[in-house]
Design a protein around this ligand. Structure first.
Ligand code: AMP
Ligand code: MG
Length: 489
C-alpha cells in the first residue's frame, strides 16, 4: 500500500490551517492511521459554498488534484490522521466501537476562528474496523450529503458535507456498489460514546476528555465552580434544543444510539434518517427498528435515555461520594422533559404564529396534531399551507374547521399582523422528500447523472421559500408504506 503524503494539491495552497488538538489527548483515545490508497478517485460533488465558509479555495485545484485530496491520496499539509476510539449503546446494548470507516485528519481553523473537524468516511480500515471493510458506497454518502446540507439550510445544528469522491473501486454489500468517500465537517466528533469509552478506561483519560470537550465546546464553563456538573447541564440543554428542532420539522434520526450523539449538540450520522410525511408519532423508516425504539414520537425520550448514559460516565468527576454524584446528575436529568417541552412549545407557537403565551396554547397545538394524525395530514404541507394563508388538504372535516376557528380567534387576540410572516420563517416549504432523495441517488449511482441531485440541492438550499417552480419538491409520495432506510451502509 502506498502511504499517502502531503503534496502541493493537498497542502496549504488552498488554505488549510490544521491543528491537531485531539491527537494530543491521551493515546488511549485514538489510533494513528493512513487512508487506504484507491484506484481511481474522481469528484462526485464539491460543496463550494461550505468551502468558502471554511476559508478553503477549491477553485485553485484541478479536478484531479481535488479528487486526490478528498480521496485521502494527497493529505493536507499539517494534518495528522487518526481513528477515534469510542463505545456506545446500540439499541440499548453496550458495545465497543470506534471509527471503523472514518479517519479524522485533524481540526481546521476557519478564518472566523472556529475549529472544525475534517473527517473522511469510507477511506479504509482502521484498528476499530472489526469485520468491516472500512469502505462506503456512493449512494449512502450522497444521501448524507443531501440530508445534512438540507438540515443546515433549515438552520438545524448539524455536521456538514464538503465533498464526495468515488474511489473507482467496488464495495460489496447486498449488491456490488461503487465505492465513495465523504468529507465530513463537524464542530467535533466527540460523542456520548466517546465518554462511555473513556469512563471504562481510567479516570485520568476521562478527565482529560472532559476538560478538552469543555474547552472546545463550552469554554465559558472552564472556570466555573462544579464545571463538570454545569457541563452536563449544558449538554442536556443543547440536546433538548436539538431534538425539539427535529420534532418541529418532522426529522426522524433513525439510529439514536449513544455513539451517534454529538456532545457539541450537532445532528450526526445520516444513515437511516428520513423526514416524516403523514403525521404520526409512530413513524419509523429504519429497516431494523422493529420495536419503534427510534420512532418520531419517541425521540425526546431516547435523548433523555442517552443523557442518562452520559451522566453515568461523568459520575466520578461530579462528586467523590457516588450517592451525591448520582443525586446531582439525576436532578438535571429529571428536568429534561420540562426543558424539552419549553423548546418545543416555543417552536410550535412560532409554527402557528403565536407571539404571546396563553394557557390554552398547548391544547390548541395538541388538537391540531390530533386532527393531523387522524386524517393522516402531511406534516410539512399542513403547517406551510397555514403559513401561506391557505387551507390544508382535508379542510372540509368539521374537526379541522372547529380547530381553525379557534386558531383564528386566538390569532385575533394577538392583535398582530406579522403572524403569517413569522410562520413562513419556521415552516419549511421544501424538505428532502424520500422519493426525491431516492430518485437523485439512483440517477447518480446507476447512471452517473448528478444533475437530478444538483436540482434537489438547489431546492433544499432555501427551504423556507415557497417558489412556484419548486412545487414538484413539495409533493408527498403517493404511497410509501414500505419506504425503508438502512444503517451502516
Ligand atoms: P453507524 O451505524 O454508522 O453508526 O456505525 C456503527 C459502527 O460501525 C461504527 O463504529 C462504524 O465505524 C462501524 N462501521 C460501519 N460500517 C463499517 C464498515 N463498512 N467498516 C468498518 N466499520 C464500519
Ligand atoms: Mg454512527
Amino acid at each position: 500500500m502506498v502511504t499517502p503524503t502531503a503534496s502541493d494539491a493537498g497542502n496549504n495552497t488552498i488554505g488549510w490551517q490544521f491543528e491537531n488538538t485531539y491527537a494530543r489527548l491521551p493515546e488511549l483515545l485514538f489510533s494513528p492511521v493512513s487512508p487506504a490508497s484507491v484506484r481511481e478517485p474522481r469528484i462526485s460533488i464539491l460543496n463550494h459554498r461550505l468551502a468558502d465558509e471554511l476559508g478553503l479555495d477549491l477553485t485553485a485545484l484541478s479536478p484531479e488534484a481535488a479528487a486526490a485530496l478528498f480521496a485521502g491520496q494527497d493529505l493536507p499539509g499539517g494534518s495528522q490522521p487518526i481513528a477515534q476510539a469510542y463505545a456506545g449503546h446500540q439499541y440499548g446494548g453496550f458495545t465497543m466501537l470506534g471509527d471503523g470507516r472514518a479517519i479524522l485528519l485533524g481540526e481546521h481553523r476557519t478564518p472566523s476562528g472556529r475549529l472544525v473537524d475534517i473527517q473522511f468516511k469510507g477511506s479504509g480500515r482502521t484498528r476499530f474496523s472489526r469485520g468491516g471493510d472500512g469502505r462506503a458506497a456512493l449512494g449512502p454518502m450522497l444521501r448524507e450529503y443531501v440530508i445534512s446540507e438540507a438540515m443546515a439550510a433549515l438552520g438545524i445544528p448539524t455536521t456538514r458535507s464538503l465533498a464526495v469522491v468515488t474511489t473507482g473501486e467496488p464495495v460489496y454489500r447486498e449488491t456490488i456498489r461503487r465505492g465513495a468517500i465523504l468529507t465530513r465537517v463537524a464542530a467535533s466528533h466527540i460523542r456520548v460514546g466517546t465518554f462511555e469509552y473513556a469512563a471504562r478506561r481510567d479516570e485520568a483519560t476521562l478527565r482529560a476528555l472532559a476538560d478538552y470537550t469543555i474547552a472546545r465546546h463550552y469554554p465559558e464553563l472552564s472556570e466555573v465552580p462544579q464545571k463538570y456538573l454545569e457541563f452536563f447541564r449544558e449538554v442536556t440543554n443543547r440536546q433538548a434544543s436539538l431534538v425539539a428542532r427535529w420534532q418541529l420539522v418532522g426529522f426522524i434520526h433513525g439510529v439514536m444510539n449513544t455513539d451517534n450523539v454529538a456532545i457539541s449538540g450537532e445532528t450526526i450520522d445520516y444513515g437511516p434518517c428520513a423526514f416524516m410525511n403523514a403525521y404520526s408519532p409512530k413513524t419509523v423508516f429504519s429497516s431494523i427498528d422493529h420495536a419503534g425504539r427510534y420512532a418520531y414520537g419517541n425521540q425526546p425520550n431516547i435523548v433523555q435515555w442517552n443523557l442518562a448514559r452520559f451522566a453515568e460516565t461523568l459520575l466520578p468527576l461530579l462528586d467523590p461520594e457516588p450517592e451525591k454524584a448520582v443525586a446531582v446528575a439525576t436532578e438535571i436529568l429529571e428536568d429534561f422533559p420540562a426543558v424539552f417541552e419549553r423548546y418545543w412549545l416555543a417552536g410550535m407557537r412560532m409554527k402557528l404564529g403565536l407571539q404571546t403565551d396563553e394557557a390554552g396554547d398547548v391544547d390548541l397545538i395538541r388538537s391540531l396534531l390530533d386532527w393531523m394524525e387522524k386524517s393522516k395530514a402531511d406534516f410539512t404541507n399542513t403547517f406551510r399551507d397555514l403559513a401561506d394563508g391557505k387551507l390544508p388538504t382535508g379542510d372540509q372535516d368539521p374537526d379541522f374547521q372547529a380547530w381553525y376557528s379557534r386558531w383564528q380567534e386566538r390569532l385575533g387576540r394577538e392583535g398582530q399582523s406579522e403572524a403569517y410572516a413569522i410562520m413562513r420563517t419556521v415552516n419549511p416549504a421544501v424538505i428532502p422528500r424520500n422519493q426525491r432523495v431516492e430518485e437523485a441517488l439512483s440517477a447518480a449511482e446507476d447512471r452517473d447523472d448528478l444533475s437530478v441531485l444538483h436540482r434537489l440541492l438547489a431546492a433544499l438550499a432555501s427551504p423556507y421559500e415557497a417558489r412556484a417552480e419548486l412545487a414538484e419538491y413539495r409533493e408527498p409520495p403517493s404511497h410509501e408504506s414500505n419506504y425503508r432506510t438502512f444503517c451502516g451502509t
